[in-house]
Ligand binder design. Structure first.
Ligand code: 13P
Length: 248
């Protein structure tokens, strides 16, 4: 079984300006990054071109969302075709803020996943339970249902990474313990084995997201089913370099 390449995504969310993102980009471009780690930065739409033009070519750029068709009367949306035109190779889809702040349904997320993949974008597909769902003991049910809708829309898993981001850990400073993360990742991989295929279960990268920092990344990265991270707040800081290098 080939080793899964460690993957670290930064999700800048709706943060930064040309000055601060420019400084961050300089830090990343000049840092000693583990060349075994795949690195992708998710920029706000208006800074996608800026990020792609300024980031070193070894670092990928992701949009944080996209629409499900190529063009048309969809005010405010951008399409995978437009992203490809600007050299953007990845898109984050199904993020909890898209699901729970903007009310995106599983169905819409699935349609976006299918369209992005048809356009040869890589997809960082996010799933995760809310606190009340964890407390009610329904974590597995929730993440399996979310993953099912994604899986229904994927033909080629080589362009997909899954990001398990428990909603209660996002932006809260309450990181899942390495054991909590490993437990869900292992179950997700088992679900993939039973519902997709052995080879996809072995090869798909499952990222953890939710209050990952320079301080907690190494222990999380040591878990066998944690294949990388999707990082919010800490991806805007120099410690993002330490997270990229978590698996030394
Ligand atoms: P934080 O790292 O700020 O908790 O955000 C995680 C996240 O939502 C990444 O997509």
């Amino acid at each position: 079984m080939p080793a899964r390449q460690f993957f670290v995504g930064g999700n800048w969310k709706m943060n930064g300006d040309k000055k601060s993102l420019g400084d961050l980009i300089t830090t990343l471009n000049t840092a000693a990054l583990n060349d075994q780690t795949e690195v992708v930065c998710g920029a706000p739409t208006i800074y996608l071109d800026f990020a792609r033009s300024n980031l070193d070519a070894r670092i990928g750029v992701a949009a944080q969302n996209c629409y499900k068709v190529a063009k048309g009367a969809f005010t405010g949306e951008i399409s995978p075709a437009m992203m490809k035109d600007c050299g953007i190779d990845w898109v984050i889809l199904g993020h909890s803020e898209r699901r729970h702040v903007f009310g995106e349904s599983d169905e819409l997320i699935g349609q976006k996943v299918a369209h992005a993949l048809e356009n040869d974008l890589g997809v960082i597909a996010c799933i995760g339970e809310k606190l009340e769902e964890r407390e009610a003991g329904t974590t597995e049910k929730v993440v399996f249902e979310q993953t099912q809708v994604i899986a229904d829309n994927v033909k080629d898993w080589s362009k997909v990474v899954l990001a398990y981001e428990p909603v209660w850990a996002i932006g809260t400073g309450v990181t899942a313990s390495p054991q909590q993360a490993q437990e869900v990742h292992e179950k997700l991989r088992q679900w993939m084995r039973e519902n997709v295929s052995e080879s996809v279960a072995d090869s798909v990268r499952i990222l953890y997201g939710g209050s990952v920092t320079g301080g907690n990344c190494k222990e999380l990265a040591s878990q066998p089913d944690v294949d990388g991270f999707l990082v919010g707040g800490a991806s805007l800081k120099p410690e993002f370099v330490d997270i990229i290098n978590a698996r030394g």
